[in-house]
Design a protein around this ligand. Structure first.
Ligand SMILES: *Cc1c(COP(=O)(O)O)cnc(C)c1O
Length: 214
């Protein structure tokens, strides 16, 4: 399947769920192929790469920053980024709020929760999450609209199911009063399980653009 066929396939299959085409390491030409097939939401995990691609590509693209954010680099994307998925500490909210005010806008973001068994994956634990939610009023221009998580990289679908269900429960419990609307979970290998557990945004890269070299 080529890129535009993949976009069509996922758009049909996902229906109301938002597809974020993860284009990290992929060239402008590949992104344009997806764009021409109607895709408008793209995800990148490096600030520099995101800023460069933004400059070169159509301005109606909605850019998602899906990687861990270094606060000193936020200024390069603060004027245009659609959503920041990987907020995993207060310091990011402080800087995001500051940059949003500078750019006269509100920036949507997601709190990343650590749901995987591997400790290499970033994110807040449940206690840290609850604590941070109590402080959100301090950051009116960094608007938290939901949660994001990355499941364990395993063939055991029961494990992945459990992790996504856990995140969905937190989303429902904490998000109702806060009017959250975005639950970002699911990648090429596990998006079907994420959909079964109420994901609203899936982040799919290699299944659309092919395997990455790095
Ligand atoms: C790279 C990446 C993806 C996409 O992964 P694929 O397995 O290629 O679909 C999704 N989410 C995050 C946070 C990523 O860094």
């Amino acid at each position: 399947m080529n890129i535009s066929e993949s976009i069509s396939k996922y758009s049909l299959e996902l229906d109301e769920v938002q597809l974020i085409a993860v284009s990290k390491t992929k060239p402008i030409s590949a992104i344009m192929e997806a764009y021409d097939a109607g895709q408008r939401h793209f995800g990148e995990n490096k600030v520099q790469e995101l800023a460069t691609k933004y400059k070169e590509l159509p301005k109606d693209i909605q850019w998602h920053m899906i990687g861990t954010v270094q606060t000193n680099k936020l200024k390069y994307i603060a004027s245009f980024v659609h959503m920041i998925h990987g907020v995993d500490r207060k310091k990011v909210l402080v800087e995001l709020n500051k940059q949003a005010i500078k750019n006269n806008r509100t920036i949507q973001c997601l709190l990343q929760v650590h749901i995987a068994q591997e400790d290499t994956k970033f994110g807040l634990n449940e206690l840290e999450l609850r604590e941070l939610i109590g402080e959100l009023e301090q950051f009116p221009h960094a608007k938290v609209v939901g949660l994001m998580g990355i499941a364990t990289n395993t063939k055991d679908s029961n494990v992945v199911h459990r992790e996504f269900a856990y995140l969905k429960n937190l989303f429902d419990e904490l998000g109702t009063t806060l009017n959250w609307h975005t639950l970002s979970m699911g990648m090429s290998g596990d998006y079907k399980i994420a959909l079964e557990n109420g994901s609203t945004h899936v982040r799919i890269g290699s299944a659309i653009f092919g395997a990455r070299k790095v």
